[in-house]
Ligand binder design. Structure first.
Ligand code: PBG
Length: 325
């Protein structure tokens, strides 16, 4: 045998030189859940190790992440039921604790990258990402609401806005409204190929944001589809998105790879709550070794050439692998 692939695997030093993929904390975004109040830190039962924080504790959490070199955060608000209505008015209310929190975080930690969630579901009494009329999720009348929410978030200091709602035309609508109001520096991380997935369960537990009726299949993508992701990518790109996202990640590695091959924009992958919960549950049961299974999962996503990975394991990765893998 002239060719023996094992020669390049025989020591850690040689494996290091031959490694095709690297993952460090600069690629990672840590999703965080925030709720109004003080001194609150409650664990999400379906996502052990992840908490809902009141703003005071969230600051501490962000500070400890920053010390580990983890500086990208996407924050989701858990809104009290009494503040929800059919048109999500709380999303842009001047009293909104999520917007106040963003202002405080960006003034305390100006060097972090703070990413928002743009969708109606955390604020909607219907629990849908768009406006519900006669049982239907209407598209065009949702856009002004999403744009108003976006402007309020830009004003609060978010660096990137994350439209996760999957309404048609929302990226362009939001971009134009932001520019009109002078927020030309605020970026858009578009949830481009967001699938109607069973993997969002723990997230909806965390925010109590499950749809009150029906499902999200009329706006989120069919898991059977792949070429359709290219249409979404083309539209979001033309409409001014700064980065494109695929969500979930591990079940959709082919889609991440496809967008990476077909776009010049940075591509993000969202390793969502259910995907993290599955791995965590197996590890907590002693069936898998977290220290090996977790970096392997993240490296698999990175191997598609994804530029950015959103994962609930970001902080643990930063603690366990300070130099990356
Ligand atoms: C809602 C939103 C969801 C997630 C991010 N933004 C849930 C949904 O669409 O129902 C899911 C993220 C996760 O599961 O980690 N706009």
């Amino acid at each position: 045998m002239l060719r023996r692939p094992r020669r390049n695997r025989q020591s850690a030093a040689i494996r290091g030189m031959a490694a095709e993929t690297h993952l460090t904390v600069q690629h990672l975004v840590f999703p965080l859940f925030v709720l109004d109040g003080a001194n609150i830190r409650t664990e999400i039962h379906s996502l052990p190790g992840i908490f809902r924080f009141s703003p005071d504790n969230l600051f501490r959490e962000i500070e400890s992440c920053m010390e580990l070199g983890l500086r990208n955060f996407v924050v989701f608000p858990a809104v009290a039921d009494g503040l929800k209505d059919t048109t999500a008015t709380y999303s842009y209310s001047p009293d909104n604790f999520y917007l106040k929190m963003a202002r405080a975080i960006k003034s305390r930690f100006p060097e972090c990258c703070l990413i928002s969630d743009v969708a109606m579901d955390p604020y909607s009494s219907d629990g849908h990402d768009g406006l519900v009329r006669n049982g239907e999720i209407v598209n065009d009348d949702s856009l002004p609401i999403l744009a108003q929410m976006s402007v309020a978030q830009a004003e609060a200091g978010f660096d990137l806005l994350g439209p996760s709602d999957m309404m048609d035309g929302r990226v362009g609508f939001i971009r134009q409204e932001l520019d009109k109001q002078g927020f030309t520096k605020t970026g858009i991380l578009a949830y481009t190929a967001k699938y109607a997935s069973a993997m969002y369960g723990p997230f909806r537990d965390a925010l109590d944001s499950a749809p009150k009726s029906g499902d999200k299949k009329s706006y989120q993508m069919n898991p059977a589809n792949k070429r359709e992701a290219l249409i979404e990518a083309e539209l979001d790109t033309l409409e001014g998105a700064d980065m494109l996202m695929v969500k979930p990640a591990l079940h959709y590695l082919d889609v991440i790879h496809l967008l990476k091959e077909n776009s010049r924009l940075p591509i993000a992958a969202y390793h969502v709550s259910g995907e993290c919960a599955m791995l965590r549950a197996a590890c907590n049961n002693g069936w898998l070794d977290f220290g090996r299974a977790m970096p392997e999962a993240l490296l698999s996503i990175r191997r598609t050439n994804a530029d950015v990975i959103l994962t609930y394991f970001a902080k643990e990765f930063a603690m366990m692998f300070p130099g990356g893998v």
